[in-house]
Structures are given as C-alpha cells and as structure tokens.
Design a protein around this ligand. Sequence first.
Ligand code: ADP
Length: 490
Amino acid sequence: MLQKIKYFLSGIKPLRSFLARIFVIIVLVGSLPSLFLRYGILATYTERAVSLRISDVQTQGRILANHLLTYKYLQDSTSEVINAELSQLAEVYNGRVLIVDQNFKVIKDTYGLSVGKIMISEEIIKCFNGENTTNYDEKNHYIEMTIPISAPVEQTNSDLPGTQQTVQGVILISVSMESNHTTWQLLNRNAVLIELALFILIVGIAGGIAYLVTRPFHHVTSEIQKLQAGHFNEKISVPEYLETERISDAFNELYARIRVLDESRDEFVSNVSHELKTPMASMKVLADSLLMQEDVPAELYREFMVDIADEIDRENKIINDLLSLVKMDKTKADLNISQTDINSLLELILKRLRPIAIKRDVEMTLECIRPVVAEVDEVKLTLAITNLVENAVKYNNEHGWVKVLLDADHQFFTVEVSDSGIGIPEDSMDHIYERFYRVDKSHSREIGGTGLGLAITRSAVLMHRGTIKAVSTVGEGTTFTVKIPLIYVK
Ligand code: ADP
C-alpha cells in the first residue's frame, strides 16, 4: 500500500522535487493536528452537552413520574398542577412531553396533537418492561427519552423480600438541542477561521524551511554548472551539510579521475602516434636516400630493403601489441575461461621461445613443483607469461639463465620468472607497467621492444583476479611473480 502511494506520488512530476516534498510534509504535519483537534474538541463538547442534558431531564422526569402517581394523573389527566408542571417542563427544554397509559393511549401531549391516540413503539414497549431509553437524533438535534411511571405493587405474599414495582405508564420526552447546536456552529466557525490563519502561516513557514533546507543542493548543482562552464577548473565545495560535503567530495574524486583518464588518454594517443611515426620516419629516410642516389649498387638496395623490412616488422609488432592491449581492456574483455593444464602451457611457451634464447645463448629451465590445472583464459595467460619470459631473455646477459618455476597451494598457483639479466633500477620499478615505458629506450628499441609488453601482462593478470610483483637488482637479475586463483570467480 505504502509502496503504491510512493509510486503514485513519484508519478506526479512536481512531487519528485525534494523541495516540494518537504513543503508538503511540513504543511501536512503542521495543519493536520489542528484539524483533528477541532473535530475532537467539538465532538467531546457535543457528547458532554447531550449526556448532561439527558441526566438533567431524566432527574426531572423521575420527579414528574412521582408527581403523576401522587396526583393519580393516569386515571384523571385534568390535574392543573401537573398540567402546568408538564407545560413548564416542555417549555424549559424547548421540547414536547407525552404521557402514555398502560393501554398505550396518549393521555397528555403538550403539543395537544396526539391526545387519545394509541402509541406503540419499540421504546415505549421497552419502557413498560422497565428499561429507560434515550436516543439522540444527530441530524435534527433533539433527544428522545422514555421514563417509566412505576408504582410499588401491594405485597400479598409477605415472604418475598423488597418491594416490586409495576410500570403503569410512560413519560415520553423530546428535548431540543438546537441552542447547543448553535453554540457548536459558533465554535466551529471560530475554529475554522483560526485554522485557516494557521494554515496560511504554516504554508509560509513551510515554503521558507523547504527553500532553506534545499538551498545547499541547488548550490551543488550551480557549482557543477560553473565547473562545466569552465569558471573554476579544480573542484566544487558545498560544506553547508555533511551530505552536500560528501556529494561534493565524491564528485571531486570522480572529476579528478576523469581528468586523469582524459590526460592519460591524450598521452597514450600522442605516444602511439610517436611510436608509429618512428619506423615510418626511418623508412622514409632509407627510401629517400636510395631515391636521391643514381645507379645505386644492387647490394646497397638489398641492404636498405632489409632495413625497411625490419622497420615494417617493428611497425607490425607495435600495432599487434596495441591490439592485444585494447583486447585486454578490463571493461571490454570477456574472458574465455577453461580448465587449463598450466604445466603444459608453460612447456609450450618455453618451447616457442627457445630459438630466441639459443640465439642469445641464454639457458632456459622450467621447474614444476606439482601439476597444476586452473580455470584461466589460455590465450591471454599465454600472452602474459610469454611477455615475461621473452623479457627475461631479451634483457639478459650472454651466457645468462632464465628460470620458470610453477607452484600452487589450495587456492592459487604462482609462476615465477627469474633471470640473471641487467636488472631494473629502483626508480623505474613503479613505471614498468605503464604503456610505452622503457628503462633504456634505445636498448629496448634495439632488441625489438615496444614498451607495451608488461602493460599487456598486468592487464591479463588483473583480469584473472591475480597479482603481479617484481623484485630486481641492477646487474644481478629480476624476478617476476604472478599469482592467480585456481578457480575463476566472476
Ligand atoms: P618492452 O617491449 O620494451 O620490453 P615491456 O613493457 O615488456 O616493454 O617492459 C618495460 C621495460 O621494463 C623494458 O623496456 C625494460 O626496460 C624493463 N624490463 C622488463 N622486463 C625486464 C627484465 N626481465 N629485466 C630487466 N628489465 C626489464
């Protein structure tokens, strides 16, 4: 039910505004109590007035019933004393008094309309059975009540305790509550006027409070708009509320991240263009120098063409690495997870890289502590480990060694790639995973590096919810440790 009301309210466009909601809540909370108070007080007033009048008239009626018996009015209704008393009673309460005898015959009616008529009603019958009845007619504002005229019965059997009463007639009294109703109306009118004045005051106060309460939120919007318009280019600050402070802090954090992303994208694009331009420039120089010379010997042509082919290979490698990196983009990636034998996977990687290792006279060994089967994307993990082993060979010394070690516990498997190479300086350690970062640019270029290998490796490892760590000593060697969960959790 509450959900339905909420849904209905949120459908009304102005009520989706925080300001409007606060306004409506304050107006309702402020005005409803006075409405209930008015109805409560006036209802109590009517109830109390009616019950007082009833008990009043009942007392008078009982006195009258005694007089009627004393004057034997039921047998002879000519008694002037009683008639005067009845008229007076009717007049005082602005009502009507009827006396009905045992035969249900009306023997007296202060209005003089029903004398001699037979009157049988539920109330009269109840009254003959000894039950007083009272009835308040709210619509016409009068009380109708019956009072029995009871006389004690002559005791024939003296053994019966107490005196028995017998109802000999009924007094039927209608009492007008009109004057009371007039007072009620007067009170109600005054209360409505006060309520109206109060309502106007509450509307004013609610408007003010709603405006003040929501102002900081408008402030947040205007600050963001200013930022968009470029008035301030750093951050927004709305410390009025703890909530607006949190919103501004969260916004600033997000904004800073977007700026960093923006900057790194710009840097990436400029790096990519630079890297792609370098082989192009070399090719241009080689081609131009051939074109400028006449009668170039065939051997020189061949030599230059080999250089140009090398540059094309390099361009190709950069483009392929870039494509791999884009595929590794965490948000776009969908991993092709399958149960993979990691031991065989490593054997295959080492087999593929063996020719390069032999060329550089680097000894390559694989040690598997235990057989490992894990849920991984075979292609992406192969790419990641290949980059590490290839680097270990590339950045090695002659007659050096590369060791690949595979181990696992009940949760993770680790692949350790250590080498006896040139090592990575301390201050470069934080940057090696950055795209296009190379410790020694010319050396890396010489041995065919693009500066994208470790960036690809790190992305692939992170996609597998794994970690990568590097320990290195310049001149001694480097160890990369990759740790990946055996079971892939999305
Ligand atoms: P590259 O294509 O240049 O090898 P990477 O991203 O694979 O690019 O590596 C970044 C840089 O980190 C390399 O240029 C190199 O300077 C350094 N590096 C990576 N692996 C090793 C290693 N095993 N030993 C020494 N230096 C390394």
